[in-house]
Design a protein around this ligand. Structure first.
Ligand code: GDP
Length: 296
């Protein structure tokens, strides 16, 4: 097969955690993603204008964290529905002045169903009405039990707006990642997930791919969903060209003949012919399925 088999433990190496931010609308998911991202840009990690590609990486204390930059459980569920389990941990954002709301509860349910650990970020602690301890009390009802109450959920009190304790949050994420002992084999053909895809002038279909195992290389023959191609270019969020992308690395990839969907699994095959054959077989199957669906 193409790598669904179990990996030999000796070939596994540590990889960066992949984090998705979830929580109720207006509790500060986007603000937090932006604040974390900007703080890494501000520390002068690399120059250049960054663009939103659907995922980004930050370095903290010499370690890397990958953030999926589409907040919310809709994206998370959609990806999962298509088979992509890319998230290693969910940062649950709860506004300290509002507490647990409907989408907070939905997010908890999503994370638990996916068996993905939750890390709590109590946001907006700068606000006069902030009451972080009320938040942690309320969360107990939903089986989200913080460390200080004997549970296993790590937490950080932050303000995305005032940029308070962002480092503390990153440290907790890295601590949780250590507990999870995340590993992948970089020395094999790549398997990844399509995070985002769009059409771009001059490049045709362009996707952001998150490599899950193996190493993706320029020139690799690829299939995702019913699309196939050959990797023409790989770039990071700053537009810098990459020759390769290893586990937990998001990369913008061009070279597709079609447009794969977010959540599709990307695999590398031996040849372009093989890639085309797999993609065409899937297209036939799709046509047959939609044909029989419309016929009732
Ligand atoms: P999202 O819907 O969860 O992505 O929430 P947003 O990031 O769009 O934030 C919703 C609103 O809350 C915006 O007006 C933000 O400026 C504000 N906001 C976000 N984080 C903070 C914070 O830490 N403190 C305060 N006071 N406001 C915040």
């Amino acid at each position: 097969g193409y790598g669904w088999e179990e990996e030999d433990a000796a070939s596994l190496l540590p990889r960066a955690p992949v984090v998705t931010i979830m929580g109720h609308v207006d509790h500060g998911k986007t603000s937090l993603l932006d604040a974390v991202r900007e703080s890494s840009v501000a520390t002068g990690e690399a120059g250049g204008i960054t663009q939103h590609i659907g995922a980004y990486q930050v370095t903290h204390a010499h370690r890397t964290i990958t953030f999926i930059d589409t907040p919310g459980h809709a994206a998370f569920s959609e990806m999962r529905a298509r088979g992509a389990n890319v998230t290693d941990l969910v940062v649950l954002v709860v506004a300290a002045d509002e507490g647990v709301k409907e989408q907070t509860i939905d997010s908890i349910r999503c994370a638990k169903q996916a068996h993905v650990p939750i890390l709590l970020a109590v946001n907006k602690v700068d606000k006069p009405g902030a009451d972080p301890s009320r938040v942690t009390q309320e969360l107990m009802k939903y089986d989200v039990l913080l460390e200080e109450y004997g549970g296993d959920v790590l937490s950080a009190e932050v303000s995305a707006k005032k940029r308070l304790n962002l480092d503390g949050l990153l440290e907790k994420i890295l601590l949780q990642a250590e507990i999870l002992d995340l590993k992948a084999n970089p020395n094999r053909s790549a398997v990844g997930a399509v995070v985002e895809s769009r059409m771009e002038k001059g490049l045709g279909p362009v996707t952001t791919v998150l490599v899950q195992k193996g190493t993706l290389r320029v020139g690799d023959c690829i299939v995702a969903g019913a699309a196939y191609g050959k990797v023409r270019s790989l770039t990071d969020e700053r537009g810098k060209r990459l020759e390769t992308a290893g586990p937990s690395v998001p990369a913008v990839l061009s070279g597709w003949d079609g447009v794969p969907a977010a959540g599709d699994t990307l695999i590398v095959v031996e040849s372009e012919m093989q890639a085309r054959n797999v993609a065409e077989a899937r297209r036939r199957l799709e046509r047959e399925r939609s044909g029989s669906a419309t016929m009732g």
